[in-house]
Design a binder for this molecule. Structure first.
Ligand SMILES: NC(=O)c1ccc[n+]([C@@H]2O[C@H](COP(=O)([O-])OP(=O)(O)OC[C@H]3O[C@@H](n4cnc5c(N)ncnc54)[C@H](OP(=O)(O)O)[C@@H]3O)[C@@H](O)[C@H]2O)c1
Length: 246
């Protein structure tokens, strides 16, 4: 397969280049300016449309502003588009929906298999313990731009769905404030080079249940993204989920 990796010079994109190359794919990179990752050439983003002529998939781990444009180019060329970028606003999400009318689009806020399992286990826990308090803590490296993480938001959505109501997301706490039943606490830490940790606490009835996932290297995201590209390459236009791949 010929795979274009947008964000090839980045922390995650660099791992995707290595993973896809090791699996025998023909890889070409895109970033803000020309570069190289190992033996893989990296082209400036303006050259993306030309690179799509003979591409089978685009994997994009950049920033929301760039991903919107990359999605539009992939749609125009009819090339399946896998995006791991997080922090999209509503306009950005709308751009992905528009792209999905012309090509297969798969967006996941976390390409780790364990996080897919975490979402299912959290939903089961919340259903089994409907009146327990729920608090979420996530930790990422100091260079992460968006907070809370896309994964944290996906976990919170899973909690809401399992509860059958939208809980009030309380971001950190300070000063005098008694916890309300309708709240879910969201706590964000940014430090060092932490790859990604998410912990959900369910507490009530004199007991605490903790469900947690920790990524031990960025390679886990790279492997999931390349799995998704291999799976998406022959799909019809439309939106797909990482859970479909698994
Ligand atoms: N879904 C998941 O499983 C998952 C896992 C990890 C990370 N992420 C997300 O992936 C994204 C990237 O994270 P990261 O830690 O790898 O970031 P990073 O190390 O900062 O790398 C960002 C990459 O995007 C490129 N880029 C930035 N602006 C661009 C533009 N305007 N046009 C084209 N390329 C541009 C950068 O190129 P230059 O080097 O030329 O600036 C670089 O290659 C973030 O949104 C992060 O939250 C998702």
């Amino acid at each position: 397969m010929r795979v274009v990796v947008a964000g090839a010079t980045g922390r995650t994109g660099g791992e995707i280049v290595v993973e896809a190359t090791e699996r025998g794919h023909d890889v070409v990179g895109v970033a803000r300016s020309a570069d190289e990752v190992g033996d893989v050439p990296v082209h400036p983003a303006e050259e993306l449309p030309a690179l799509l002529d003979d591409a089978d998939a685009v994997i994009d781990f950049t920033v929301p502003e760039a991903s919107r444009e990359h999605a539009a180019h992939a749609a125009e060329a009819g090339v399946p588009y896998i995006v791991g970028t997080t922090g999209f606003d509503d306009d950005g999400l709308g751009a992905l929906e528009a792209a999905a009318e012309s090509t297969a689009v798969l967006k996941a806020s976390n390409f780790a298999r364990g996080v897919q399992a975490l979402l299912a286990v959290v939903a089961a826990g919340v259903e089994a313990l409907p009146d327990y308090d729920v608090e979420l803590t996530e930790t990422h490296h100091a260079g992460k731009r968006d907070a809370p993480s896309g994964t944290a938001n996906a976990v919170l959505d899973a909690v809401d769905e399992a509860r059958g109501e939208e809980l009030d997301r309380t971001h950190g706490r300070e000063g005098e404030h008694l916890r309300e039943e309708s709240e879910v606490g969201v706590h964000v830490r940014r430090a060092g080079n932490v790859r990604g940790e998410h912990e959900v606490m369910l507490a009530g009835n004199d007991e605490v249940l903790t469900l947690a996932h920790r990524a031990e290297s960025r390679r886990v995201f790279a492997a999931g993204a390349v799995d998704a590209a291999e799976w998406l390459a022959d799909r019809e236009p439309g939106r797909y989920e990482f859970g479909d791949v698994l």
